[in-house]
Design a protein around this ligand. Structure first.
Ligand SMILES: [Zn+2]
Ligand SMILES: [Zn+2]
Length: 712
């Protein structure tokens, strides 16, 4: 690649790092530490798990990297606990063998979805044991642990205590007959095995189950509660938490457990597979030898321990309240745990732990009118997404555009295809392709020199393009503000609005051969501005679709850039950064049309309740948490269709040049491409999805295709 002709300005280019580089926080700067909930290491992840936590966190970490912020994204598998031990028994493996197997499945799945963890580790490591035991001992030293002797279920045949999933029985709350010892799938309540009515041993229902006393250590959550509540109030305000099931949009604590007063919680178990309870408790802990620490206690310490397995300097990230902001991503069922239980452990430990700054919880993604179900073969699991032949970028786009931020959302094959064809291909792909093909054909693959000086554009109001530049600056400002507040779905909408605005610009300017001949200065100006917008777009889209950015950068033959910031007046972001005379690369197609008929094929491959959602829910999963609410804002059909009307209005205002005979439209191309060969408050979220940019909506089916391709 020839040297790119790029404006010389500090902070314009993205910092790049050699393989094996480990980011460490920089004093006095904003350093971003990101975690996604550690997936259990005993099953296949499905699309809902991916959008709920790992993919969202990936987008946020990539966004921060586009700002050249020191960013660390940590994830890994949660390996201890009865769920693993029980599954291992079923599969005839040791827990370690089971975890090795599923760690690999998870890793491969996330790699395919292009998730860019700084490190994807696991919790069954010596460092994890050390860190967990250290916290346990600090809590003991600080008098936040107490010993209790309680009755537990015990199987006489197996001669063992039946903790959590080793016991089943009838739920005392809803009478569901197959409640597990840790949770009831009928009513979703967490249970203590001893509460089960008619308890039975899961190994063999004929085994005799009795109660027997056992000694366990309890975390005195009641003693820590005043401090954790004070911390919640501070962090809620500082980190601008979205309303969730612990604290609402006014900062009022609504969790029932906190309101009733927390109770001491058992943090040890009669099991073998886990972090051993550390010795040295003296009289006070007599009888806890040989037991393990409960998996809910050790799991969140996986975040620091996985970091410790990445770098010996892990404490720079985890004991750094001043310079590090911790963002944690999870499904909504995990919020209590990350905002109450885990912070209580850290507060009780009394070292200066980096505490949660912003919590991002998502609702659930459902599948084709029902729920994901491995046993009924409904949905896409693990690396199965690969079997569709659709690149990971399109999957990422669709999942993120439907991210269940404020209500459950629904995966549908028909919407998936519409998203690809109408938004990615006809809007985004069309803008990039049309511009670059014109430059390649008419300007010998260069950025034409124009009358614009290098640097941010500030056009006088009488300039033809003043409105365009103002709109782009405003969109970039909106994008930055959404992304900084982790409103990922809306950030992605803005990216599509930027490319839609680009299409309108080309259309309004009447870019074609006639313009080139009649007004070459104007034509060069338009192409130079459009190419510079494409470079900005590559950075805006990079958190969502990293491979798409790579393809654009190959086509532009230039290095990755940062997402620009606007100044206090809301402008100064968009300008001429890629200069006249710069030599471009070869054009590539970013997206390929998907035939509508594929929906039926994929329904056949991955199962479907065939639109009979009500029947499926009734007959199917008793497990549900109520019927899925359709998230209007999140649904592709709602979002895109709604925007479609608006964009038609807008497009009408711009004179549409007629396509010449024989001109191709990218929308109808059948050529295969290889671009992928090579990531405020909820009340507001609902009402203002399109508010600040409402006159530049995302185009829908037809509008992009109506834009003629350049005559070549
Ligand atoms: Zn129940
Ligand atoms: Zn038994």
């Amino acid at each position: 690649m020839a040297e790119a002709k790029v404006r010389d300005a500090p902070g314009l280019l993205r910092e790049t790092h050699p393989e094996g580089y480990v980011p460490l926080p920089k004093e006095g700067e904003t350093n971003i530490l990101i975690t996604s909930a550690l997936p259990y290491c005993n099953n296949m992840p499905h699309l809902g798990n991916i959008i709920g936590s790992t993919l969202s966190a990936d987008v946020f970490s990539r966004y921060n990297r586009t700002k050249n912020r020191k960013t660390l994204y940590i994830c890994g598998t949660d390996e201890y606990g009865t769920a693993t031990e029980r599954q291992a028994q079923k599969e005839g493996k040791t827990p370690k063998e089971l975890c090795d197997f599923y760690w690999d499945v998870h890793k491969k799945t996330y790699d395919w979805f292009e998730l860019g963890f700084d490190y994807f580790g696991r919790t069954s490591t010596p460092k994890h044991t050390d860190i967990t035991q250290a916290v346990f001992m600090n809590l003991r030293k600080n008098d936040f642990l107490e010993r209790k002797e309680t009755l537990q279920l015990y199987c006489e045949e197996d001669q063992k205590f039946l903790a959590d999933r080793f016991a089943e029985g009838t739920c005392p709350y809803c009478s569901y007959p197959d409640a597990r010892g840790d949770q009831c799938d009928g009513c979703s309540r967490t249970l203590d095995a001893i509460e089960l009515i008619n308890p039975r041993c899961v190994d063999n229902t004929s085994h005799k189950v009795v109660t027997k006393s056992s000694v366990h250590m309890y975390l005195k959550l009641d003693a820590i509660q005043p401090r954790v509540e004070e911390w919640i109030r501070q962090s809620w305000a500082a980190g601008k938490w979205s309303p969730n099931n612990v604290v609402n949009g006014s900062g009022e604590i609504i969790d029932g457990r906190l309101k009733a007063g927390l109770k001491p919680s058992a943090i040890t178990r009669d099991l073998k597979w886990g972090v051993p309870v550390p010795a040295g408790g003296g009289e006070n802990e007599l009888g806890t030898e040989g037991k393990v620490i409960y998996c809910w206690f050790d799991a969140p310490l996986g975040y620091p321990s996985i970091t410790a397995n990445l770098t010996p300097d892990w404490e720079q990230w985890w004991f750094n309240q001043r310079d590090v902001k911790l963002y944690q991503f999870m499904g909504k069922d995990n919020i209590y745990f990350h905002t109450v239980f885990f912070p209580s452990m850290l507060i009780g430990d009394s070292r200066p732990w980096t505490m949660l700054h912003h919590v991002s919880g998502t609702e659930f993604l459902n599948y084709e009118g029902g729920k994901f179900s491995k046993s009924r073969n409904l949905g896409v699991f693990g690396t199965q997404a690969q079997q569709t032949g659709v690149p990971a970028s399109v999957w990422r786009y669709y999942l993120l555009a439907n991210r269940p931020e404020s209500a459950d959302s629904m995966f549908s094959w028909a919407d998936f295809i519409t998203a690809n064809n109408s938004v990615l291909l006809n809007n985004f792909g069309n803008f990039v392709n049309r511009t670059l093909k014109f430059a390649v054909a008419k300007y010998q693959s260069t950025v034409p020199p124009s009358s614009d000086p290098a640097g941010p554009l500030s056009l006088p109001a009488d300039d033809e393009d003043a409105g365009f530049v103002t709109d782009i600056n405003r969109l970039i400002q909106t994008y930055n503000s959404y992304m900084d507040s982790v409103r990922i779905r809306e950030g992605l909408q803005v990216v599509m609005q930027v490319s839609a605005r680009g299409n309108l610009y080309l259309q309004g300017a009447g870019l074609n051969n006639a313009l080139l001949e009649s007004n070459p200065q104007r034509c060069a100006l338009v192409i130079s501005r459009a190419i510079n917008l494409i470079w900005v777009l590559s950075a805006l889209v990079s958190p969502f679709m990293p491979s798409v950015e790579q393809s654009i950068l190959r086509q532009l033959a230039c290095p990755p850039r940062t997402v620009p910031d606007t100044n206090a007046n809301g402008d100064g972001a968009f300008g001429i950064d890629l200069l006249g005379g710069h030599v471009l690369g070869k054009t590539e197609y970013l997206f390929v049309r998907i035939d509508d008929k594929q929906a039926e094929v994929w329904r056949g491959m991955f199962g479907s309740t065939s639109g009979n959602a009500a029947a499926a829910t009734a007959e199917g999963e008793v497990k549900g948490k109520g019927k899925p609410k359709k998230d209007k804002a999140a649904s592709t059909s709602g979002g895109v269709a709604g925007a479609a009307t608006a964009v038609k209005e807008k497009v009408k205002k711009v004179k549409e040049p007629k396509a010449k005979k024989g001109e191709k439209k990218e929308g109808t191309t059948t050529k295969t491409s290889d671009p992928q060969g090579d990531k405020k408050q909820e009340a507001d979220v609902k009402k203002d999805t399109m508010e600040s940019t409402s006159d530049i909506p995302v185009p829908s089916a037809g509008t992009g295709a109506a834009v003629p391709e350049t005559a070549t």
